[in-house]
Every structure is written in structure tokens, then in C-alpha cells.
Design a binder for this molecule. Structure first.
Ligand SMILES: CC(C)(COP(=O)(O)OP(=O)(O)OC[C@H]1O[C@@H](n2cnc3c(N)ncnc32)[C@H](O)[C@@H]1OP(=O)(O)O)[C@@H](O)C(=O)NCCC(=O)NCCS
Length: 184
């Protein structure tokens, strides 16, 4: 049987939502959590369309809110599958906020959600291959592949950093840090 495959455009998804006053924080700007929740929804929609299966969020990269989003703006989340592994998918999400009065669009952030497809048995399920039809599709796939390699190497270093904490050398290690060492 021929292995299933789908082009990038098959699952490209955009969610647009009006930023209502109940989404605002005490400073009058939109809560970061509201944007994260919308990003998670669009990542789910996009990844499950590609996978043809239920997907779960495993990790999120590059969440930086560089510009505040205001009440009354129309926020659009554009999602695209950038990369597929065996059972995982990397979804790139571009977030834009439109001021309807001025027609100015702000690019507030771009983030990457790693999702994993699940089968009916709740185990990770193999996803269709990704058909790359444009130069941009190829660029994004290679970029995500490199990031995956870097993250895997970094994970080993992080595990090491978490397991070898030199508490006995704290005097020396923390001498230039903004902390007061009362533990001896
Ligand atoms: C994600 C999950 C399925 C991984 O399960 P697992 O038994 O470790 O499965 P595997 O080792 O086979 O990994 C499955 C895929 O996930 C990827 N993966 C696992 N941990 C990862 C991580 N921390 N970051 C990125 N990818 C990860 C693996 O690389 C693999 O991808 P591939 O098949 O494309 O190579 C499991 O941890 C899970 O169900 N987590 C809960 C997710 C969830 O409920 N999210 C909602 C928010 S609470």
C-alpha cells in the first residue's frame, strides 16, 4: 500500500478573533494566556488536519510577546505544518494583530508548537509525509529539522546541568549573582 502524504497547503489554518475587554489584564492589554490558548487551538487544528488524527501539544518554542495587543484589535493566527517526523509535527504560527480603524497590522510573534498524533489506542501514531511544493516549504522544513537536532543536543546538556549542581561551590559560583547566601 502506498504511504499517505499531504501537501503543506492541505492543513494551513487561520483563526481570527476579536480581542474583547474581558481578555484584558490590569494594564488594559490582552493577557498573554489568551493568545497562548488561541495558538494552542490553531496548532491543534492544523496538526490534526495533516495527521487525520487527534494530536496533543508536546512542546512550545519561541513564545515572545514583542508588542502588546490592544482591546478591539482583530488577532489572526496563521498556522502551517513546517515539519513532520515519524509521529510528531512542528507547526509554525504567525500572530498578527489588525487595528481595524487604521488598517495597520502588527506582527506580534512567531512561535513553533511540536504536536504528536495519537491513535485510537492513545499511542503515538505515524503521520503522513509532508509534500513540499514551494521553496518556502523546503526552507521551513530544513529549518525545523535543524532546530530539532539542536534541541536534542541541548536536552542532553540540560539533563547534565540539572543533575550536577555544585552546591558545595556556591560561594565561588554565586559571588557575582544577585542573591544572598545564608546556607552553609
Ligand atoms: C508526547 C507523548 C505522546 C510522547 O510520548 P512518548 O512515549 O515519549 O513517545 P515517543 O518517545 O515515541 O515520542 C513520540 C514523538 O514525540 C516526540 N517527543 C517526545 N518528547 C518530546 C519533546 N520533549 N519535545 C519534542 N518532541 C518530543 C518524539 O521525538 C517523537 O517524535 P517522532 O516520532 O516524530 O520522532 C507523551 O509524552 C504525551 O502524551 N504527553 C502528554 C501530551 C499532552 O497531553 N499535552 C497536552 C497538554 S497537557
Amino acid at each position: 500500500m502506498e504511504e499517505q502524504s499531504r501537501p503543506v497547503h492541505h492543513s494551513q489554518t487561520t483563526i481570527t478573533e476579536l480581542m474583547v475587554p474581558s481578555y484584558a489584564n490590569f494594564g488594559g492589554k490582552i493577557h498573554g494566556g489568551i493568545l497562548l490558548s488561541l495558538m494552542d487551538k490553531v496548532a491543534y487544528a492544523c496538526s490534526s488536519k495533516h495527521a487525520g488524527a487527534y494530536c496533543v501539544t508536546v512542546s512550545v518554542d519561541n513564545v515572545e510577546f514583542l508588542q502588546p495587543v490592544e482591546v478591539g484589535e482583530l488577532v489572526s493566527m496563521h498556522a502551517s505544518v513546517n515539519y513532520v517526523g515519524r509521529t510528531s509535527l512542528v507547526v509554525g504560527i504567525r500572530v498578527e494583530a489588525l487595528n481595524v480603524k487604521t488598517n495597520v497590522i502588527k506582527h506580534t510573534n512567531s512561535s513553533f508548537f511540536t504536536m504528536v498524533a495519537k491513535g485510537d489506542d492513545e499511542k503515538p501514531a505515524v503521520v503522513p509525509k509532508l509534500i513540499l511544493e514551494t521553496r518556502e516549504d523546503v526552507k521551513r522544513f530544513i529549518e525545523a529539522m535543524r532546530v530539532r537536532e539542536i534541541k536534542s543536543a541541548m536536552k542532553e546538556q540540560m539533563d547534565d546541568a540539572h543533575s550536577n549542581i555544585e552546591v558545595d561551590q556556591a560561594d565561588e559560583l554565586l559571588k557575582n549573582e544577585r542573591c544572598i547566601l545564608k546556607f552553609r
